[in-house]
Every structure is written in C-alpha cells, then in structure tokens.
Design a protein around this ligand. Structure first.
Ligand SMILES: [Zn+2]
Length: 109
C-alpha cells in the first residue's frame, strides 16, 4: 500500500514508513530496531521527530501521514486540503495504522 506526501505527492510504501524509514536516521541499529516496537505515539516523540526531520521526513500524528519527505523540493508546502483530510483520517482511526493506510489509499491521499 502506498500513501502520498502532502507537500510533493511522492508515493511512500506504508511498510517502508513503519519499518525501514527509521534506518535512514542517524540512530544506531539497536535503537532503530527498538523504535519499531514502540507504540504509535512514542514513535513520534520529540526526539524521533527531530531525527526524522534531519533525514527529511515530517509526519502528522502518524508515521503514515507524511507531511514532508526526502523527495520534497526545498520550498514545497503541504497542500492544506490534503493535510486537513489526512489529519482527520488519523484522528478518527487513531492507532489503527492498517485502517489509516487503507483509507488514505482509497482516497488517493
Ligand atoms: Zn514530499
């Protein structure tokens, strides 16, 4: 399943976001592996958001909600309509990452 960056439209594989993108940060192997076992909230704690940002990723309330990505042009801004829709989907579905991914894919988000 793919979801799309709110800023540039780049498709991102959901599995990659949930399991592999963390290895693009400068976290060591052990911490990156431990990250995968964390709850959805802890995975986006301030510390990890900063690590992701340094690697080019910015997320909404879920790692499946890609607001900015490494493929974004420097001045790309999130599309406000898409960003609002995606935030709403995450809010409604909460920690149900499979549901979030499926819903976003259905809407081409
Ligand atoms: Zn992007």
């Amino acid at each position: 399943m793919d979801v799309h960056c709110s800023s540039c439209g780049e498709p991102w594989d959901v599995y990659h976001l949930r399991h592999d993108a963390i290895f693009e940060t400068d976290l060591d192997q052990a911490e990156a592996e431990a990250w995968r076992e964390l709850s959805p909230q802890l995975r986006l704690s301030q510390r990890y958001r900063e690590k992701f940002k340094a690697a080019g990723y910015e997320f909404g309330a879920s790692v499946i909600n890609v607001v900015r990505c490494p493929a974004c042009p420097k001045d790309a801004k999130p599309d406000p309509d898409k960003a609002a829709l995606k935030a709403g989907i995450v809010e409604i579905l909460g920690d149900d990452e499979d549901g979030i991914a499926a819903t976003m894919e259905d809407y081409g988000l």
